[in-house]
Design a protein around this ligand. Structure first.
Ligand SMILES: Cc1cc2nc3c(=O)[nH]c(=O)nc-3n(C[C@H](O)[C@H](O)[C@H](O)COP(=O)(O)O)c2cc1C
Length: 258
């Protein structure tokens, strides 16, 4: 598998980061991806620091691979960032403007920092804030879409604008698609939707089935989830699905270090 600045920096062997996907991406999914050589990412959405630590511990029991924790939304719980930074290789931020104080907090704990962005300006702000990795999210992406431009042209501009390793995100769901963004100069891919349809994913079976049955024209940008859940997905497969997730975050467990 390709060696890139991202694999060298994080210590993973495959230039793929599994995207955090809220309750869809439980520790078992992060562990499976990390065990396969990529970076497995745990969500911290609506969790306390203790719950995040229990999730990390669960994943860590299953793999010695590279793990990340995602922090989403502007009302950041600094205890979550600090606890994650002491235990995983990468603390990953999205959906808030880049903040040097959060980067510093994560660095102090010993972690690298990644920031997912939707524009060249935001990529510059992320590196100015001290981020070690920038992820460029195009409008092809599943979940909440930050910017308004398709991936490949935005990726080219971000690669020209920043010096840190750059991941590409949005619609990458095959080896050739990964090879294409690597050929464009990306240091790897952040992949979400492809992992929805895995055994380890906690997505509803209808959602998994819809992803498997989808074709290249199936994804649409929609405001369908925006009314009662401002941070729910803004792109989805038509006809699918309300989230019936239960059982996460966990209520018991123990803690350990990276
Ligand atoms: C169901 C779902 C939930 C998501 N939730 C999050 C999240 O909690 N935090 C985050 O940073 N990104 C989230 N994303 C977006 C991903 O980080 C990434 O940009 C996206 O999955 C890449 O596009 P792809 O799904 O086509 O691979 C989510 C994506 C999906 C599909």
């Amino acid at each position: 598998m390709a060696t890139t600045r991202f694999t060298e920096l994080t210590g993973c062997s495959v230039p793929v980061q599994q995207a955090p996907m809220g309750a869809v991406s439980p520790p078992a999914l992060a562990a499976a991806v990390a065990e396969a050589g990529g970076v497995g990412t745990l969500s911290s959405l609506r969790m306390t620091a203790d719950q995040v630590v229990r999730g990390i511990d669960e994943a860590r029991r299953a793999t010695a691979g590279v793990l990340a924790v995602n922090v989403l939304t502007a009302d950041v719980d600094e205890d979550v960032v600090a606890a994650a930074a002491e235990r995983v290789r990468l603390v990953d931020f999205f959906w808030l403007d880049p903040r040097p104080d959060l980067v510093e907090l994560a660095h102090r704990g010993g972690a690298l920092v990644g920031w997912q962005v939707g524009s060249v300006e935001e990529a510059r702000a992320a590196t100015d804030a001290g981020s070690d990795v920038v992820t460029v999210q195009g409008t092809e992406a599943g979940g909440h879409v930050r910017g308004s431009r398709p991936l490949r042209p935005l990726l080219a501009e971000v690669l020209a604008a920043v010096d840190v390793p750059v991941l590409a995100a949005g619609g990458i769901a095959s080896g050739p698609a990964l090879a294409a963004v690597l050929a464009d100069g990306a240091d790897g891919a952040r992949i979400g939707t492809l992992f929805v349809a895995t055994e380890e994913s906690a997505a509803h079976p209808d959602y998994k089935r819809a992803v498997v049955d989808a074709s290249s024209g199936s994804a649409v940008v929609t405001g369908a989830f925006a009314t009662e859940c401002p941070l729910c997905a803004t792109s989805r497969v038509p006809g699918c699905c309300a989230p019936p997730w239960t059982g996460w975050p966990p209520s018991t467990g123990t803690s350990s270090a990276r």
